[in-house]
Design a protein around this ligand. Structure first.
Ligand code: HEM
Length: 123
């Protein structure tokens, strides 16, 4: 019978030297594969310890890529276990981007205001 792993157990393996991920309900140890991944190591480390089913399928990985998963299989995810929140860093970087956007908007408004003032005073 397959070994059942909790989301918390999987989330503890998220470094380049110890990298697990969940794809389609199965847990894979991708540590040895990180350096060989044609899509790069960074993308795998970013998704380390998490459910990567969506990103994995979005890329449209080949049947060969799916076969590569077989030897990395560790066990199945216990879907009744408590999920682990992993979005914190993404949220803060999104907030920073929003802040930069607002800053640019203010500069654009000041430039428009100065252009109108220049035109008005040179009448
Ligand atoms: C352990 C799981 C994974 C395996 C075994 C794997 C394997 C592969 C293989 C063999 C390729 C070459 C193209 C192909 O045969 O489909 C590939 C390409 C790629 N993979 Fe993965 N992959 C894994 C996980 C992921 C994940 C989670 C992402 C996240 C989005 C990802 C992103 C990519 C990208 C962007 C490429 C395209 C590289 C290019 O053509 O420039 N992969 N992967």
């Amino acid at each position: 019978m397959a070994k059942l792993l909790t989301y918390k157990e999987v989330s503890e393996h998220k470094t380049v030297d110890d990298l697990w991920m969940i794809i389609d309900g199965k847990v894979y140890d991708c540590t040895k594969f990180v350096d060989e991944h044609p899509g790069g190591d960074e993308i795998l480390v970013d998704l380390g310890g998490q459910d990567a089913t969506g990103p994995f399928e979005d890329i449209g990985h080949s049947d060969d890529a799916i076969k590569l998963l077989e030897p990395m299989y560790v066990g199945d995810i216990d879907i009744t276990s408590e999920p682990v929140l992993t979005q914190t860093t993404d949220m803060s970087s999104a907030a920073t981007t929003g802040g930069e956007g607002n800053g640019l908007m203010i500069i654009a408004l000041i430039a428009v205001f100065l252009a109108i003032a220049y035109y008005y005073f040179n009448q």
